[in-house]
Design a protein around this ligand. Structure first.
Ligand code: ATR
Length: 283
């Protein structure tokens, strides 16, 4: 039962109604026997900073942050991890008792963790990866692969200027490539990742052919609704190994839970099966 001692954590986003995070975290909380609750919060978009400021001092122990607040969340923080700084976004805020707000970003760890789980032989250091998109999700993915030692991170985006700007900003192994201009993008790619929202809820399909990728290239889609997007369906039809966005969602939740409660989620909970059921699919 919720009482005066119950630890409150949650997720803040807009909209938040369809977030699977409360389901996953509350299942972990229950199985761990913690006196805690994970609550979804949808503040008005222009009240996000006021909402976070009101949490200073620990009324809420920590918050995950999702769209459209990830950049604003970083701006609210007093200290930020390297991952949050390089992604220029935070998906995790921890409220210390002394009033300090600490920002982190576990999306990159979630992305690489999903590869480790579903494409076990994949090594980010072994060759080029292609990231489709140049928004916040693409930025976080590019920063994570660069930090993992990937020798070349290729940004491909509908609006090439945005890909150029992202590559110039991140620097190092991150480059912008334009397949329309005849640049060779896919032939030697170790992985291709959709970091656009195309395919979400059945809306549209990426105008990208994966036929030129090597047979071993791992194809990943950050969109997990539907679990098999048209992009992943194309990869499966070509017999390419695939990684899905649901695995990334679960893997980013693990370090968040650890930051909230100082212990890992219980292994006996099948978070993927719980999430799949909520999405109307079986495990
Ligand atoms: P997020 O923070 O989730 O990454 P965003 O910053 O709005 O969201 O970025 C959305 C990305 O999806 C962009 O790279 C966008 O391409 P543009 O820069 O050309 O706008 C890409 N995107 C959105 N709709 C698309 C479509 N129909 N086809 C191709 N790319 C699309």
């Amino acid at each position: 039962m919720i009482n005066g001692a119950t630890v409150v954590v949650g997720v803040v986003g807009s909209p938040i109604r369809h977030s699977l995070s409360p389901l996953i975290h509350n299942a972990w909380i229950a199985a761990s026997g913690l006196d805690a609750v994970y609550v979804p919060f949808p503040p008005p978009v222009d009240r996000f900073t006021a909402f976070v400021e009101g949490c200073r001092g620990g009324a809420i122990r920590g918050l995950n942050v999702t769209l459209p607040f990830k950049e604003a969340a970083l701006a609210c923080a007093d200290r930020a991890s390297v991952a949050a700084k390089s992604a220029q976004a935070a998906n995790l805020l921890i409220f210390e008792a002394d009033g300090t707000i600490i920002a982190d970003n576990t999306d990159g760890a979630g992305l690489l963790g999903a590869f480790a789980a579903q494409a076990p032989g994949f090594d980010p250091r072994a060759g080029p990866v292609v990231i489709l998109g140049a928004g916040g999700a693409a930025r976080g993915a590019a920063a994570a692969f660069a930090a993992a030692g990937c020798p070349e991170v290729r940004i491909v985006n509908r609006t090439f200027e945005k890909a150029l700007a992202l590559a110039a900003d991140l620097g190092g192994p991150v480059h912008a490539l334009n397949p329309i201009a005849g640049m060779k993008v896919f032939g030697d790619a170790m992985a291709v990742i959709n970091a656009t929202s195309v395919g979400l809820d059945g809306a549209g399909a990426l105008d990208i052919t994966l036929a030129d990728t090597p047979p071993t290239a791992v194809i990943m889609d950050m969109v997990y609704k539907p679990l098999v997007t048209p992009f992943l369906a194309q990869a499966l039809a070509l017999d390419r190994p695939t990684v899905d966005g649901l695995e990334m969602l679960i893997r980013q939740a693990v370090p968040s839970f650890e930051a909230f409660f100082g212990q890992p989620p219980p292994t006996e909970v099948d978070a993927r099966a719980i999430a799949l059921k909520a999405l109307g699919m079986s495990a």
